[in-house]
Ligand binder design. Structure first.
Ligand code: HEC
Length: 129
């Protein structure tokens, strides 16, 4: 069978595009920096709540631990519990009075999980569209 070179090029391009996209039940990430709407909301919540004051601009840790490491270890439930109630004796504040955080805690988790998994390659993300 003779295959036209155009088809081979088209196939190569299509697989290159796919390789740049990571999609799972939590998030979609394209080229490491473009994300779906929920994950983008998570990033905006992270910024608005100024978690970076203690956890570092790139989640790498400062006075608070590295969330890149923490999120590999703690469960979604533990994350939600810690952010909601804080660990006041250890310097982690409660965010239960912060409606933006409580309304978007699932999105915040998705964003931070994407960072922790290394699928989102830098802190600042933008919309896929
Ligand atoms: C005033 C500083 C401060 C701010 C602001 C802050 N944290 Fe923390 N956070 C800490 C400290 C300190 C700890 C460690 C507590 C401990 O030793 O158990 C912590 C712990 C955590 C943990 C548990 C980590 C683990 O390994 O068990 C999570 C998750 C977390 N913070 C998420 C957040 C998020 C999300 C925000 C923003 C909504 C935030 N933090 C804002 C100081 C802060």
């Amino acid at each position: 069978m003779k295959v036209h070179p155009f088809f081979i090029i088209a196939l190569l391009l299509a697989s290159a595009v796919q390789a740049g996209e990571i999609k799972n039940e939590l998030y979609t990430v394209v080229d490491g920096t473009k994300v779906d709407g929920n994950t983008l909301t998570g990033f905006r919540t992270w910024r608005a709540a100024a978690c970076d004051r203690c956890h570092g601009a790139n989640q790498e840790g400062l006075v608070g631990p590295s969330l890149l490491e923490s999120l590999k270890r703690i469960s979604r439930e533990e994350f939600i519990h810690t952010v909601t109630d804080g660990r006041l004796d250890k310097g982690m504040p409660t965010f239960k009075e912060n409606k933006q955080v409580t309304d978007n805690i699932e999105q915040l988790y998705r964003y931070l999980k994407g960072r922790s998994n290394g699928d989102i390659v830098r802190a600042k993300v933008e919309s896929i569209d």
